[in-house]
Design a protein around this ligand. Structure first.
Ligand code: GLA
Length: 773
């Protein structure tokens, strides 16, 4: 809700409020956080005298006022706010001075258009604060509250009404001055196969800048970040979350100043950015997402998850149950034959999968990753019956057909490059750098975008394809496009070009499920989620690594957007062995898939996977759409725990994950949350088993007959039989489970093995199911 009360602009949601008051030509930030009854008189900075070196902004306005003493929604440039401001520009006369003064406000029933960029859906009213400079620069700040999920969007729009050009060097989506400096900054950093590693540091004097320059939102630094009070934990404490609806290079900074403020800002990456507006032209920044919760990281998750699900994802897919898939990538890589595909599909169907995804290598000359990108015709050797042949085959087995594409890229060894070498991005006279042997297509060019739209539409119309994995596997370098009037526009125009292609292809195929991917999570962001309701989270499918990645990604993104696969052991990224059932337990708290050679499973493994898929399907809604809580963030010496709870709080699932096992430890207690304290729940452990192999010589310890650990008998037995884990079932009150906690029984520690003892090697897991009586 937006209102004006006693000269204060109030932008409020159910629990939060953003309050601003004009102060002469300035707009002063009064408070952002928990909703309050504001008073400008009490909240404005009580500056009455100027100190030592203070620069007086404008004697007429206030002979004692320096900009540095205030929280400001927008800073006039070169006027004494020595913190970094949201805007940095040059006027036609070469001056960088821009005295933007508050000039009025408006409440619109709908936010103004944002041409070329994805925006949040079902937005309501929008507060616009207008600032003008004497020369005719107009800056408009937009505030859009989302009542139901405690989110406020911000955006900056700049219009050149001067009579010369205005060049933007920095145009952030917002700046926000919080009058405190006791905050901890959490950013989510990483690299290929280890996305979303949290880094938490105290806000410190000076500027802390972070972001990406690689052309995508990137695995180096996700656009989501948080600021929290020092005492904040999973369930309690104050925390702010920030994100951008944008997939290109982005930048953010947090700056503790000399007078107790922390200035936060984020938007398009300014490095390399330059955008000249001719008279009459307007520049609109991506929408930025701001949220606040007084209920710790799980409160923040709740806000972000509801916002993403309700206002970012394509509505067609919001409620739609997502299929269990089998993907052939880690099963075959590029090395597959028609026979192999047939065998994989037959097995996938038998296991209960619903979708078969044909990954990289099915088209053109693509026999390995040195060739073929840019072409879309099926390779007749690998697909003798074409795409429809494979689709028919799958349909007979009751499997939907999914396919991999990487449209934004081109290989030099491809028909496309041979015809249009100039469509690959490169700078005149410089040989371009390669990433994964490929070049980036110049999406700044209209004809390239049209080629991709035509190829993809044709592909999707030519065969009954129900799912597309849209991949993007290299960073941008050598940025130059001959079509642009200035190269400082490249990164942003390229990103808008991508959005245009995505929009055209997804809108004309509303029933195709799109999953984003960029070598895993190199482009896991709200811009992509506006078109594709799910994204492959990481190429790393190791259960323990995934446990960490999913935990931290969940700060900004719901589990129902994360592609999570069970893969082989040893894991292809870490060489680690984890139990098959534990790999499932972690993947089940997301969108489940299998990415291993299912034709090589032994009977025991096949039985386990069948049971896993049946179990997941039975509880799919809970796992994909339940409210996600982190109970304990994973740590190697302590393990971790999560929970999902159904909306009516009658169903819940708990993940219990061990890290590095230590023998004879204290008994863990897992305090649950989100249940109805007045209800009683049936509690059970999902039936699991462990491979006989994991016991080796210890087998004689638990078996009544003496066996040779490395003998044929044990090996053969292991093919068909696994050791069942503990079977537990009891009832317990909701209040008991939340306030006293779940008490899992002892783990196997060498001495003694009975029914109740739990064989839990390193990085193994359990799922506890709760159902209200
Ligand atoms: C990327 C993806 C993988 C797979 C390969 C295919 O690395 O993240 O899942 O699709 O490309 O080349």
């Amino acid at each position: 809700m937006i209102r004006q009360e006693n000269g204060v602009f109030c932008v409020e949601t159910r629990n939060t409020g953003y309050y601003i008051a004009p102060r002469g030509p300035l707009a002063e930030q009064l408070h952002y956080g928990r909703k309050i009854r504001p008073s400008a008189e009490v909240l404005r900075q009580p500056v009455v005298v100027a100190y030592g070196t203070d620069v007086i902004y404008d004697k007429e306005t206030d002979p004692n006022l320096s900009l540095l003493h205030l929280g400001l929604e927008l800073s006039p440039t070169e006027k004494g706010d020595f913190r970094r401001g949201a805007l940095n520009l040059t006027l036609g006369n070469g001056s960088r001075v821009c005295d933007l003064r508050f000039a009025g406000s408006e409440i619109l029933s709908q936010p103004p258009e944002t041409p070329g960029l994805p925006t949040a859906r079902e937005a309501g009213e929008c507060l616009v604060l207008r600032f003008e400079s004497g020369e005719g620069v107009l800056a408009e700040l937009c505030y859009i509250p989302f009542e139901d999920c405690d989110v406020i969007l911000r955006q900056l729009r700049l219009t050149n009404r001067t009579d010369g050009p205005v060049t933007l060097h920095r145009a952030m989506s917002y700046q926000l001055d919080l009058p405190r400096q006791d905050l901890l900054l959490t950013t989510l950093n990483g690299a290929w196969a280890r996305e979303f590693e949290p880094s938490t540091t105290p806000v410190r004097p000076g500027l802390t800048a972070f972001g990406s320059v690689s052309g995508t939102s990137s695995h180096y630094c996700n656009p989501f970040f948080a600021l929290s009070a020092p005492e904040t934990g999973e369930h309690t404490g104050e925390i702010y979350g920030f994100n951008l609806i944008y997939s290109g290079s982005h930048g953010a900074s947090v700056e503790a100043d000399c007078y107790g403020f922390t200035r936060v800002m984020a938007g398009i990456q300014e490095e390399g950015f330059g955008w000249t507006l001719q008279p009459g032209e307007c520049f609109v920044t991506p929408q930025a997402v701001l949220t606040f919760s007084g209920e710790g990281r799980n409160g923040l998750r709740y806000n972000m998850h509801r916002f993403v699900t309700g206002h970012i994802l394509p509505p067609r897919w919001r409620e739609e149950p997502r299929p269990v898939l089998v993907n052939n990538w880690e099963a075959t890589y590029f090395d597959f034959t028609p026979r192999k595909l047939k065998a994989l599909a037959a097995k996938a169907a038998g296991l209960g999968a619903e979708l078969f995804v044909l990954d990289d290598g099915w088209f053109g000359r693509r026999t390995d990753d040195t060739r073929g990108l840019g072409d879309f015709d099926p390779n007749p050797k690998k697909l003798p019956g074409g795409l429809t042949g494979l689709a028919d085959e799958l349909e007979n087995r009751n499997l939907a057909f999914g396919i991999w594409v990487e449209p934004e890229m081109v290989s030099v060894d491809s028909a496309l490059y041979e015809t249009h070498p100039d469509w690959a991005v490169s700078s005149p006279g410089v040989s371009p750098s390669f990433g994964r042997n490929q070049l980036v297509l110049d999406l700044c060019r209209e004809e390239v975008r049209q080629y991709l739209i035509d190829q993809l539409n044709h592909l999707l119309d030519a065969a009954p394809i129900r799912y597309v994995k849209w991949d993007m596997n290299r960073h941008h370098t050598d940025r130059f496009s001959p079509t642009l009037p200035e190269q400082g526009r490249f990164a942003h125009v390229w990103t808008m070009g991508l959005y245009q292609v995505l929009e055209a292809v997804t809108v004309s195929h509303p029933d195709v499920l799109f999953e984003g991917c960029a070598s895993g999570g190199n482009r896991f962001d709200l811009g992509i989620l506006c078109y594709m309701p799910q994204i492959w989270l990481s190429d790393d499918t190791d259960a323990w690594e995934r446990c960490k990645i999913q935990t931290w990604a969940s700060l900004g993104y719901p589990q129902g957007t994360m592609g999570c696969h069970v893969s082989a052991a040893p894991n292809h990224q870490t060489l680690r062995f984890t139990p098959l059932d534990s790999r499932f337990d972690v993947a089940a708290f997301g969108l489940l898939g299998y990415e291993l050679d299912v034709t090589k499973l032994n009977a025991a493994q096949e039985k386990s996977i069948k049971a896993q898929i049946a179990f997941y399907k039975e509880h799919r809604d809970l796992f994909q759409k339940g409210r996600f809580y982190c109970l304990n963030a994973p740590q190697a010496d302590k393990g971790g725990a999560w929970m999902v709870v159904s909306q009516d709080r009658r169903q819940a699932a708990v993940l219990e994950m061990t890290g590095l096992v230590r023998p004879n430890t204290s008994m863990p207690v897992i305090r649950l949350t989100g249940l109805d304290e007045t209800l009683t729940y049936q509690v059970s452990v999902r039936p699991q088993s462990v491979e006989l192999d994991s016991f080796r010589t210890l087998l004689n310890h638990v078996s009544p007959v003496k066996l040779r650990a490395d003998g044929m008998l044990v090996h053969l037995a292991g093919e068909v039989y696994q050791l069942p884990c503990e079977q537990l079932e009891f009832t317990a009150a909701g209040d008991l489970l939340m306030y006293a906690g779940l008490r899992p029984p002892q783990r196997f520690s060498g001495t003694g093995y009975t029914d109740g003892v739990r064989p839990m090697p390193d990085f193994s897991a359990r799922i506890w199911m709760l159902s209200a009586l």
